[in-house]
Write a protein that binds this ligand. Structure first.
Ligand code: HEC
Length: 117
């Protein structure tokens, strides 16, 4: 029998917070992909093809509808934007954290647009 049978368990417990925590960097230092992972991926999927529980739609076929400008508007206030767009409004999408700077949002939006076709 091992002299320290609990060592692997202790190690796993020690590493658990690392595995569970998201990126530590503030939003302003995150790349577009990191920002997307933080704020959008849970519902739209890493590749923008929807999530397991269908929390958000796939981005397939959406490139024709979105530019950096209108997507920035949309994520800031999805409700108001959706009210003026007949394709949207069936479900609700949350607005992005208001503390995320415009520069970070632009990086995020460029990444999201890159996932659309
Ligand atoms: C809590 C889940 C959730 C999160 C987080 C989320 N979305 Fe959404 N998203 C939705 C839902 C639900 C809709 C459908 C809204 C509607 O029908 O009006 C949607 C719709 C959209 C659409 C429009 C799809 C279309 O048909 O044109 C885009 C683009 C989009 N989201 C981008 C984003 C981006 C970028 C982020 C991150 C900043 C994000 N979403 C975060 C749930 C989410």
């Amino acid at each position: 029998m091992s002299r320290r049978p609990l060592a692997p368990i202790a190690l796993a417990l020690a590493l658990l917070p690392l595995a569970c925590s998201g990126p530590k960097k503030p939003a302003d230092e995150q790349s577009g992909a990191e920002l997307y992972a933080t704020y959008c991926k849970s519902c739209h999927g890493k590749q923008g093809r929807g999530s397991f529980l269908n929390l958000g739609p796939s981005y397939e076929g959406l490139a024709q509808h979105w530019t950096a400008e209108n997507l920035l508007e949309y994520i800031a206030d999805p409700k108001t934007f959706a009210a003026a767009d007949e394709r949207l409004g069936e479900r609700e999408m949350p607005a992005i954290d208001p503390n995320v700077s415009m520069e970070a949002r632009r990086r995020l939006v460029e990444h999201a647009l890159g996932l659309m076709d």
